[in-house]
Design a protein around this ligand. Sequence first.
Ligand code: SF4
Length: 1017
Amino acid sequence: MLAETALSAHDPASLISHRGGPLLLLGAAGTGKTRLILERYGWLVEQGTAPERIALLTPSAARADAARAVLEQELRGGYSELVVVTPPEFAAAVLRRAGSRPELVDATLSAGDRLSMLAERIDELPLQHHDFGGNAGALLGSFVRRIDRLKAELVSATEFSAWAQQQDSAREREFAAIFEAHDRMVRETGACDEGELVHSAIKLLADQPASRRSFQHVLIDDAQELALGAATLARAVADEGELTVAGDPQGAVSRFRGAGAARLESFETPQTRVVRLQTHYRGAPASSFWRCENERAQAQAVAAEIERLIAREQADPRRIAVIVPDVQREGQAVAVALEERAVPHTVVGDAAFFQRAEVRDLLAWLRLLADPGDAPAVVRALARAPIELRSVDIARCTQIARRRKLDMVAALAAAIESPQVPPEARERIRVFLKLYRACVAQIDTSRPDLYVHRLIERLGLRRQQLFAAQPDVVERLRALARFGELASAHVARMPQATAREFARSIAAVADYGGLNERAEPSLTGADGRVQVLALEVAGGLEVDHVFVLGLRASLAGSHALDSEPVPDALLHEPLPADDDVTRRSRLEQWLYVAASRARERAVLAYATSGGRGGQGATDVPLAAVEQARVTHAAAWIDISEDLFGPAETLHSTYRLLRGELMEGTTRAAGRLAELRLDTDLDISHAVVRYLELLKLAALIARGDAEDGQSTAEALRDINTRIEQAITADQREIFASSPLDEYLLDAERDLRRRAQVMAARDEPSLERFLPMRGDGVMLSATDIDTYRACPLRYKFARVFRIPQEPTLHQRFGISVHQVLERFHSGDSGDSSGEVGPLADLLYQLDVSWRRGGFGDSDEERQLRAKAVSALTRYHARAVSDTGRPAWFERQFSFKLGPHLVRGRVDRVDQLPSGEYELIDYKTGRPKSADQLETDVQLSLYAIAAREAWGLEATHGAYYYLLDDRKVAISGDRERADWIRSVAVEVAEGIRAQEFEPTPSPRSCGICDYRLLCPAAEC
Ligand code: SF4
């Protein structure tokens, strides 16, 4: 506990004008700490201290901006510089004033820069003991985060390495080598990172104590959030001057291990005057507790309540915030629900920036210009403005690429000669190729910032946005401007960089979803918008209404709480242990900070199930939420999903069509300037979109008139009147619109609506479906892919977008081939005799050469993994009691009209006479629980019965790299379930139901994220 040396009933004036030693102000949210710090700043200036001699340190840029805005408003006199700064900026200011290391001050690499640096030089990293898990960007991003965390706690690469050498963990030793490689690479660019900057400033102050005199006063706000490096720097600067610190001991959200109270205590010395502020200037907000059926219900309820607040209570959207544990998960769902109600909102964070449609359009073009073999990028560019090739024509082009083994750009050049591609599609492809050729010619010679600027103009992205009279138009234009700023920042750091290098670098950062996820909300209001933000950046915000979502008990074990590990032995100050108690306490602090952002009302909500329609495990609320509910003597308010929610009302359909109309206008307008064969058709479509809107408006007006007419009768009347006034072409399109059917359909769920809307423009993809007769051809992988996400299935199996296999995929294929060849007669046979190990390793040599593996560090490490895995495999095979009966055995069987095909890696006959079906895996092992809803082996069990007449009741996954076998049950009940799953999937494919079902697990490893509209906001 801190020693309290002053009475709690303080006199603000005495604190503002405090003299003679350090001052520590402790208080909860709403006790006026920030105001006191700012008033004290003003008072110091009035007393004659030059503003340049006062440093005001805040833990984040948003808080610094907000404080600077107040001071600029309130300071009467002039000044040359206001030092209102974050810790790295403070370090830079100290170094600059001392004239020390000027080369570093202006060359600090951001986390994103370092991520792309590691991605480009991945071959130099030792990566034998770390698993990519299908996403190299995520692994490299986690390295950057951990390195930053270690440096913030003043742990250097040398220190970490010395510690790691004493450990048994090969993984930690490998990380130590990665840490050192990271620092070496940063040094080689002639730059530094923020941790290095802070460290350099601390060292300077220790070596040259006179440098401390450059600041007379140091004020710190929200000091509970400061890491050890920042706190050490502040204390060192204040050593010769005066220090005023304000903070909330319970208010730490980003502090390592939640040690906010310990941080504040660390500022206390025997001379410190400690004041506990107890007067609350904000009233306690009213609290409500929502128990939602699932995440969709939670998002819908929040959106509906916000719409009500704005429409009925004239609440200012800027004074409303939605706080979520993870902006990519709950934030995305809320954004969609707000969009449905046309509520102006913004999702805070880099991840959100890279999910914006216009940013992804630009990224797609940069990626394809840097690499024409990047098929997902080409497909996105083709599907979006200004090209807008129809799905069916895109499928034709991917077919040409696949059949002729061309990259997508070369395939497009071939497509304009192909009779299968209709003339209007060829026109669009020509426009694409013209743009491509114009831009690619300059990619190796242009400066990235100029190149990006020109690309935006060439693609007409800014023009399109200007035409789109939607409420978020300003935000979109700003996003494009910010992309340009990223390119300029890249040039500032790497003046020799070409546009191609920038393209690769920004693509790597975007792949990871950005690294600056702790981007803060605007504290001064976000252009009249509701802000959706992450829990960990909620500190500093002050609004009227707060909705805190996702407060489920399982949050305690989620990745959101996984702070980058710093070994206890390397900590330079005592901190709470990294255990469940600390995690619980962190969650309580987050909850307290989030809820205390509200002045009027806080809603605390959780979803009992993550899946739609109540699927998935049932969750309970966080213990702290339940405790708060009991304290407030409040009841849970149950919220269920509204299947016939806002999207189904005439009003929201009107809003949806209005948005679509404006975008359609932009497209049609763009084409008026071009000589296209189908321009008149585009115009007719745009006119019909307007007429549909008119029809809806008329229906809404009729509803208000309440003349007793049915919807069908009203539609007939309105249609007749409209059709009398339009051209024959327009009448034909108008009459074929499925809008009426949709409006009349009682079974209208979201999926149906999306299908109907899509069907208005797109011809059927039927000829590209993998059909056999009347049924669909399916494999276990197809079923898994479709179940994970139908849209992903469409990209992979209907469009069949060509993809280069990753190194890890090639590795998996190669290991499978080695085992197949080893067992197929050269050195082993199905009699159960296992050939010598030397033959198995010989097969590896052959496969490695044929597989085109190179000599990079990563490839060598993979080879070493393969040798050790195959050696253990061989030892197990020799001692196994089961007798291998078949290898790579194929099967096909009918399931109703559908055909299921595949092959089983290995079938063993057990001593009991039964059979065991074995599937090899080269990924990380999963437990039997994790495989509970697994399809593959159960499907193989049915196949063994249907195709081979075998009653195989056993099945196992064999994780080769870990030498682990995980058995899966193959009982009858499960077989029935698999049959129904397979039929349902096949029917979905046949009906062309390809709605995306985004989820962090599925999207995190999806190759089509750039293409996917569900990954956009
Ligand atoms: S990004 Fe997610 S939602 Fe989109 S296709 Fe991939 S898995 Fe489906």
